[in-house]
Design a protein around this ligand. Structure first.
Ligand SMILES: Cc1ncc(C[n+]2csc(CCOP(=O)(O)OP(=O)(O)O)c2C)c(N)n1
Ligand SMILES: [Mg+2]
Length: 892
């Protein structure tokens, strides 16, 4: 950097420059740490004088807040220590008791043990409950810390001992879930967090969405904060870092991250050869966050105050995390020799301390007051999000076999002796007998001062947390006539289902009452989907409005940003878009404000790229619509292997609360969206929808009457055979490929003496779900009359083989195979996509009308209805090469 400056800028006074450099050289020669100190002071001073230097991203390895700036501590420290100890005990007891009952059931002792003070400061002084003015805070708890949160709820009287004993035993219906799962404990957990990396991302978008709600005048969220507790190991997940700069750019001063830096992850140190806190400091500060480091407990204050020549700070700066970990498990004598020993000045600094005193020099995250002052400052800071980097020991207080050891993450048990030592350290009145087989819980009594104290604290902070509360404000769903135009069809005009959907979306957004509740979310793909017309009408949300005149200002479709904008144009981040989708789709619970998100994306970059975020959305009971646009291995022409999606429907089918559909016609899209709105926002079902959308334009037909139920159940007869012929067949088509089935219907009739019925298969997943349920009912009600799955009922009595064709892998229609009461032939797009035009691709994947004809004839021949020669004749007629490698094999 220096060299760069020297090259670029003329030095107008070289003598003065040399003097400065010489002075610095002298200081370095005398004391490098003093030189570092002076440079730090100079840079800080220069910045305060606004001379345009970039911020320094890293500071000394000491607390950001000096002791003299720590605020007054308003609590009863003794009482809060007592509370913390009881919670520590019960958290560990709960995990151990569960493992005693069912060996290997799991649970974690060490994560909460390291984070107890971080949480307790929050619970006693900062976390706002739902009854607080403004609606309270939103808190993302570290998944593996769940035992501590249950143990606190026990002390608060929210969970009974029986419930604690149900830890990780959920099938009975009253157990406690291993981690924060709103799906499983819908009154308790608000945010699912245990898939590492997702909560940091989701928390940022939650905070951003809170600002969006505020700006749009939907809810005053100005008093609400988002807290996100993260592990230092978890920060290695790419998603953890993914949105840090967005948080700063959007000035999310309603957001506080607390990174529990116990320097360990599951296998060992997070950065044995480096310093994770320093690394994170640079990253966060570089991204524009306020950073508060809590490295050392109060015992160090005196040593640092006497460190006049900076040797202690220097030692702190240069000691790697792996070494710090060693000091956790070693004796005071070892610490004296290895940390303080090498430098006589350091040794002298601690000569008044005993070995035991040295062992008791704690890390900052275990000093309740230091943590308190960090949080107190975090809630005051403005203009940017805040991260608190708190240094702790993993397994703190659990004893020498666990504390700071590499195996600590996996520890689930303590021996009887270890339990006794743990009890003694926590000074709890539990007898040896009560530890014998398994540790008893400790409760000081309903009337105890402890219980009274924590209840009073929570009362003054607006009630217990976490709590998930659902009192949504009802939305008025649009009237039926909004959908009428889609039932009318497009006459001769070519309209792709994507265009049909965008028309529908615009109509929904224009609906007076319902419109403002719609949250369209797009990751930089609006033009691809023909959505740019929404920009000027509904505007793109921008925290600072539009500070420039857009290049296309004169155009009708100008790129318009506004602080009240409704559209979330996320830029190229499907993961971030899922963050917004999650915040919006759960707003009915987290804010009591129903919002209806439509997240429209390049289908290929949906389920397979951000499937875990979608899974988490389901856990959080999110509601909304995922629109996989440009779906289809052959319909998205030209793009190739990495774009052409023929399998998201299969992936979507794995999610128990995702209803997935593959509509062929715009009216099907409209019927599905209408029903989705009804089920999610009228019936309050915690489900969500995935719809494929295609970009192939074709005339949209009028909606036949009486087929809504079929569309929603997944199958309906679209066009029966126009004429009676010798042979019969059933063709099932989905999405754009339904039109190939219709073409095959004509060819079969014209050339092959086959009358085929054509069905629109809108959802194999829904058909399968119904099939599985029916099958199960029959199994469990053996003496009752058999029930028929819907798909069997529909196809029963229809003659001929059933050929199912779509722009997806064959496994998608295969989902219904065993309930089809006739020979079943799935055709589909197994294999990598490739670039070509649609006709060539459909031929390649053998899903064009000609291949459907061949498949139908082959199935008829198989069952003796036709001679095999009829198949050969069709193969020749349509120029099919029977010896060509299949699309799947030719990828090998
Ligand atoms: C995406 C993901 N990968 C892996 C895991 C398994 N896992 C659970 S905890 C853990 C280590 C956590 O370390 P850290 O984030 O430092 O938390 P700590 O327990 O130390 O506070 C791992 C790897 C997970 N839960 N999620
Ligand atoms: Mg850790």
């Amino acid at each position: 950097m220096q060299d760069h400056f020297r090259d670029q800028l003329p030095d107008i006074d070289p003598d003065e420059t040399s003097e400065w450099i010489e002075s610095l050289e002298q200081v370095i020669a005398h004391s490098p740490s003093r030189a570092r100190f002076l440079m730090g002071r100079l840079l800080a001073h220069a910045r305060s004088r606004q001379i345009g230097l970039p911020p320094m991203v890293s500071t000394n390895y000491i607390n950001t807040i000096p002791p003299e700036q720590e605020p007054y501590f308003p609590g009863d420290e003794e009482m809060e220590l007592k509370i913390r100890r009881i919670i520590r005990w019960n958290a560990a007891a709960m995990v151990m008791r569960a493992n005693k009952k069912y060996d290997g059931i799991g649970g974690h002792l060490s994560t909460y043990a390291s984070a107890a003070s971080l949480y307790e400061v929050g619970f006693n002084h900062f976390f706002q409950g739902k009854d607080a003015p403004g609606g309270g805070d939103q808190i993302f708890f570290q998944g593996h810390g769940a035992p501590g949160v249950y143990a606190r709820a026990f002390l608060e009287g929210r969970l009974t001992q029986d419930r604690l004993d149900g830890f990780r035993q959920e099938t009975s219906g009253t157990g406690l879930s291993s981690y924060p799962h709103p799906r499983l404990m819908p009154d308790f957990w608000e945010f699912p967090t245990v898939s590492m990396g997702l909560s940091p991302l989701n928390a940022i978008y939650q905070a951003r969405f809170n600002k969006y709600l505020h700006q749009r005048g939907i809810k005053d969220t100005s008093q609400q904060r988002v807290w996100c507790f993260v592990g230092d190991g978890e920060m290695d997940e790419p998603e953890s870092m993914a949105a840090l700069s967005l948080a700063a750019r959007e000035e999310l001063d309603n957001l506080i991250f607390v990174v529990n830096c116990n320097l360990q992850r599951l296998d060992g140190p997070v950065r044995g050869n480096g310093k994770v806190i320093q690394e994170l400091e640079s990253i966060y500060r570089g991204a524009g966050w306020h950073v508060i480091k809590v490295v050392w407990a109060r015992e160090w204050d005196d040593l640092l105050a006497r460190d006049s020549d900076g040797v202690l700070v220097n030692k702190m700066n240069t000691t790697v995390d792996g070494e710090f970990q060693k000091y956790v498990v070693e004796s005071g004598a070892y610490i004296r020799e290895h940390f303080f020993g090498p430098d006589p000045r350091l040794k002298k600094l601690v000569e008044h301390l005993s070995d035991e005193d040295l062992r008791r020099l704690r890390r900052g995250g275990h000093d309740y007051r230091k943590v308190h002052s960090a949080f107190a400052s975090a809630v005051e800071l403005k203009g940017a999000p805040v991260v608190v980097l708190a240094k702790t020991v993993k397994g703190w207080t659990l004893g020498g076999a666990v504390e700071g050891r590499n195996v600590t993450h996996q520890a689930k048990k303590l021996s009887e002796d270890e339990l006794k030592a743990f009890r003694d350290r926590l000074e709890l009145p539990i007898s040896d007998k009560e530890l014998k087989d398994e540790p008893a819980y400790y409760h000081p009594g309903e009337d105890s001062d402890v219980v009274e104290y924590i209840r009073a604290r929570r009362r003054s902070l607006g009630g217990y947390v976490p709590e998930r509360r659902v009192h949504p404000v009802r939305v008025d769903l649009p009237k039926d006539d909004l959908y009428a135009e889609f039932a009318a069809g497009s006459k001769k005009q070519g309209v792709a289902t994507t265009m049909g959907f965008v028309r529908l979306l615009r109509k929904l957004m224009r609906d007076k009452k319902f419109g403002p509740r719609v949250v369209p979310i797009i990751p930089d793909e609006a033009r691809t989907f023909g959505m740019e017309s929404l920009f000027p009408e509904f505007k793109i949300y921008a925290a600072r409005g539009q500070l420039y005149e857009p290049v296309d200002a004169a155009h009708l479709l100008a790129y318009r940003e506004s602080q009240q904008g409704q559209i979330l144009e996320e830029g190229i981040t499907e993961a971030g878009s899922m963050g917004s989708f999650t915040a919006a789709g759960t707003s009915y619970a987290t804010h009591g404000e129903t919002m209806v998100p439509f997240f429209i994306f390049y289908s290929m970059f949906g389920f397979q790229r951000i499937g875990d975020l979608i899974w988490s959305f389901a856990d959080q009971r999110g509601r909304g619509f995922l629109l996989g646009a440009t779906y289809g291995r052959t319909t998205l022409l030209g793009e190739g292997l990495q774009h052409q999606d023929g399998h998201s429907l299969l992936l979507a089918a794995t999610n128990p609360v995702c209803l997935s559909y593959d509509p062929a016609w715009a009216y099907e899209v409209a019927v599905i969206v209408k029903e989705g709105l009804r089920r999610m926002f009228d019936e309050d079902e915690d489900v969500f929808y995935y719809l494929t959308l295609y970009n192939e334009p074709y005339p949209q037909p009028e909606m036949p009457s009486g087929i809504e139920e079929g569309i929603l159940k997944g199958l309906y007869l679209y066009r029966g055979a126009p004429d009676e012929r010798k042979h019969r067949a059933q063709l099932l088509g989905s999405g754009t490929i339904l039109r190939e089935a219709l073409r095959a219907q004509d060819l079969l009739l014209e050339h092959h003496d086959v009358s085929a019925d054509v069905w629109s298969a809108t959802s194999y997943q829904q058909l399968r779900a119904d099939g599985l349920e029916t099958e199960r009912w029959n199994r469990l009600h053996a003496e009752q009359p058999r029930r028929q799955p819907y798909v069997a009922e529909q196809l029963e009595g229809q003659d001929g083989p059933v050929v199912a064709v779509s722009d997806s892998m064959k496994a998608v229609p295969d989902q219904i195979a065993r309930w089809v009461p006739a020979p079943f032939v799935p055709l589909g797009t197994d294999g990598f996509g490739r670039s070509d035009h649609r006709g060539a691709l459909r031929r390649h994947f053998e899903i064009d009308a000609e291949h459907i004809v061949v498949a139908t004839l082959a199935a008829l021949a198989e069952f003796g209805e036709l001679k095999p020669e009829a198949v050969t004749e069709a193969i020749e007629r349509y120029g099919v090469d029977p010896e060509r490698a299949s699309a799947l094999r030719c990828d090998l």
